[in-house]
Design a protein around this ligand. Sequence first.
Ligand SMILES: Cc1ncc(COP(=O)(O)O)c(C=O)c1O
Length: 384
Amino acid sequence: MATQQPAIRPANPRFSSGPCAKPPTFDVSKLANAALGRSHRAAIGKDKLKAAIENTREILGIPADYKIGIVPASDTGAVEMSLWSLLGQRKVEMLAWESFGAGWVTDVVKQLKIDAEVKTADYGQIVDLASVDFNNDVVFTWNGTTAGVRVPNGDWIADDRDGLTICDATSAAFAMDLPWDKLDVTTFSWQKVLGGEGAHGMLILSPRAVERLESYTPAWPLPKIFRMTKGGKLIEGIFTGATINTPSMLAVEDYLFGLDWAKSVGGLQGLIARADANAQAVFDFCDANDWIANLAEDDATRSNTSVCLKFNDARIQDGAKFAKAVAKRLEAENIALDIGAYRDAPAGLRIWCGGTVETADVQAMLPWLAWAFEAEIAAQSVAA
Ligand SMILES: Cc1ncc(COP(=O)(O)O)c(C=O)c1O
């Protein structure tokens, strides 16, 4: 027999890990000033692209001598143009503990055919960060979105490194402190923490990354959308709003709205506090219920954005089927949408806790998760 449904429902059931929930104050009418039907090279378009770059710099506290570019193909585009443009000059270390990090390993080892040192850890764990040699170029993901495991901080990254650090920070930017002096290349996409739209990526380069771009030419060909230099010099325009190819001005307006909203909640520290409060609600729920646990084994590496959960109950007959059925029940009740674990990840759930999600909605959703769990345990024994 199913237990009784909780009385309170989340006002917003959107807990997807990307595209993520829009900011709570979002409405399509807020995009009315988009420069639609205008050239992105006209002053109005360029000014908006420049504002997107400079507001990003302000909110994330990115140093003035770092370059920020808006690039094609979302976070994937930003990561891949960095790998293709920068690697090959020195030894490479690849760190991966979930699906996206593993994807960058495939790029480097199988596509670029670089003889990289690959360090991997299972879902829930993290690689031995103390073993990383910063004479090498090091590629890693700040927050592994599909495992809910993040690096605890940047202390493990050497200040006096000779290699470059290339960091996929797509589910970390705007939710975690990123130490810019430790990061030579940082990428993220608009569709993640600020709840923007897909398609555009952000690429942030330290002076050392720019120096590499201007002094090293990779052995392989680069398509136009990966090219950041011309005649051995950085194409400065890319980093002032003259994008490589045509962006969506609707998506730009939407990102500008997200940045304004971010400022209204206290900027980066406000966003981090919101994500922390959301994640803490889920952590507390796991502490109070022994049938569910965080996939991250070490509390120091628990994500505050993509919180991944696994079921722990001897009565569960088929873990993958069970987790899917729980997620389906919550979706059918319009309580939580898109919370199934990533397709390559262990069976379970993934609750997005980034700042656009309201803590009251997380708190309202969790008793429903308990309800769905009990209902599914009951359904399983009826079926057996
Ligand atoms: C860690 C990580 N890297 C890369 C991506 C790919 O992002 P995009 O689809 O914006 O290119 C994702 C998407 O979820 C991600 O979580």
